[in-house]
Design a protein around this ligand. Structure first.
Ligand code: UGA
Length: 433
């Protein structure tokens, strides 16, 4: 099939590459000429395992192409996916101006039947609005259908998530469009759930909120564990062995971050409020998430007393391992708080430093070439992101380079007993001091 993706960001580019890999012919559109040029030059603007190889391979086989022209895109694909950003507004609700603009742009180029698919995470009832907008701006009589097909990929494992999804959700109100969408997903082996448009839209916000709820639940328990002397790792293992609960997304830490959860949870709160059915449960989730970082910082202050002029090492800047994405990263918030108190922060991240350098905060932080180098002469080491390579750093060497042997492990990555046996004072999340 010929498919068009409008918006070649994280979701659009990965979806485009994976559709091409599955055998479709794909045109990716973006209004940023620099991004399209980067892609045409054979480079990709993000770090995502396996994506660069996939893009190159499918460009060579001519199944994947890039353009800045929406008109070319609309003429090309029988299905047009909208994968543009839906950023938060100051009050937490979603800014839908990119979606609305693309809907208008598609509308004026339409001259025969197309299926227009919302891939971006959007509030329930957005599909109805997109449909009305296209109808308003399109030539009289032109046929189209709007479908909601939310994306569930995780950064860091996006290619695998797309090629082998847990489920495919297709929300549509027309049999003709649903038949086209079934064809799009024919090459993928995954259960397909067909719903109405509103339900599909709701599923995405509800799923992300549930996952954030799960993380926040274990984070709230981590505080109780610290006070009572229990071990949150054991508690997570014990409750996670119940199949109805499951062990995943029960890792206590500094809280969730990234470009999805913080934005989607506040969006869902705003959506529920607008619909007249407030979800106060999610307000508590946001509170727990903020509290988790605050009490971690408080622990650092209590141990070090004054932070001003102290050299502190931070391992990890990206919002989670296997990505270079630093958007809404809790590690960045942590560094910001330490810098604000006058600490001299030295940081290292395997992939996130280039994107971090684009932030004004980077000017106030010393970045190093390795994890060990960041820890040199430090009065404490803070683990902010659980990159696997940090867990294999030689603790004896680490002990040698640091000024004082103190570790604050915000992701429970290191082994507390091994750290203690190397003379470190170790403090994790929810597992004692
Ligand atoms: C999330 C969802 O997992 C995807 O299914 C969804 O498609 C995506 O948002 C989206 O809406 O586009 P992502 O933001 O890439 O994916 O990352 P996650 O792996 O879900 O992690 C989010 C945050 O939660 C990270 O900061 C991570 O460190 C934190 N986390 C995750 C925990 O603190 N504990 C856990 O047990 C799991």
């Amino acid at each position: 099939m010929k498919l068009t993706i409008i918006g070649s960001g994280y979701v659009g580019l990965t979806t485009g590459a994976c559709f091409a890999e599955a055998g479709h012919h794909v045109m990716c559109v973006d209004n940023d000429p620099r991004k399209i040029q980067t892609l045409l030059d054979g480079n990709i603007p993000i770090y995502e395992p396996g994506l660069a190889t996939l893009v190159k391979k499918n460009v060579v086989s001519k199944r994947l192409q890039f353009t800045t022209s929406t008109e070319d895109g609309v003429n090309y694909g029988e299905v047009i996916f909208i994968a543009v950003p839906t950023p938060p507004q100051p009050d937490g609700s979603v800014d839908l101006s990119y979606i609305e603009k693309v809907a208008r742009e598609i509308a004026v180029c339409l001259d025969s039947y197309r299926v227009i698919v919302d891939k971006s995470t959007v509030p329930v009832k957005t599909g109805e609005r997109v449909s009305q907008t296209i109808r308003r701006y399109a030539k009289a009589g032109v046929e189209f259908d709007v479908v909601s097909n939310p994306e569930f990929l995780r950064e860091g494992s996006a290619v695998d998530d797309l090629m082998h999804p847990d489920r495919i959700v297709i929300g549509g109100n027309s049999d003709r469009a649903l038949a086209v969408m079934q064809k799009v997903y024919e090459p993928f082996v995954a259960p397909v759930l067909v719903t109405d448009i509103n339900s599909a839209e709701l599923i995405k916000h509800a799923a992300n909120s549930f996952l954030a709820l799960k993380i926040s639940y274990i984070n709230a328990l981590s505080e109780i564990c610290e006070i009572s002397g229990a071990d949150v790792e054991k508690v997570a293992e014990g409750i996670g062995m119940d199949k109805r609960i499951g062990r995943s997304f029960l890792n206590a830490g500094l809280g969730y971050g990234g470009s999805c959860f913080p934005k989607d949870i506040s969006a869902f709160i705003a959506i529920a409020e607008q619909l007249g059915a407030p979800l106060n449960l999610l307000k508590e989730v946001e509170k727990i998430n903020a509290h988790q970082l605050n009490r971690f910082l408080q622990g650092i202050r209590e141990a070090l007393w004054v932070l001003k002029d102290k050299k502190l090492a931070v391992w990890g800047i990206s919002f989670k391992p296997n990505t270079d994405d630093v958007r809404s990263s809790v590690a960045v918030n942590l560094i910001e708080a330490l810098v604000a108190e006058g600490a001299k922060v030295t940081a290292f991240d395997p992939k996130g430093m280039e994107k971090f350098k684009e932030l004004p905060l980077a000017g106030k932080v010393t970045l190093t070439e390795s994890a060990l180098e960041a820890a040199r002469d430090a009065e404490a080491l803070i683990v902010a992101t659980e990159w696997p390579e940090f867990a294999t750093v030689d603790l004896a060497e680490l002990r040698d380079v640091m000024r004082t042997p103190l570790i604050f492990d915000g992701r429970n990555l290191l082994d507390p007993e091994a750290a203690a046996s190397h003379g470190f004072q170790y403090r994790g999340i929810g597992r004692g001091t």
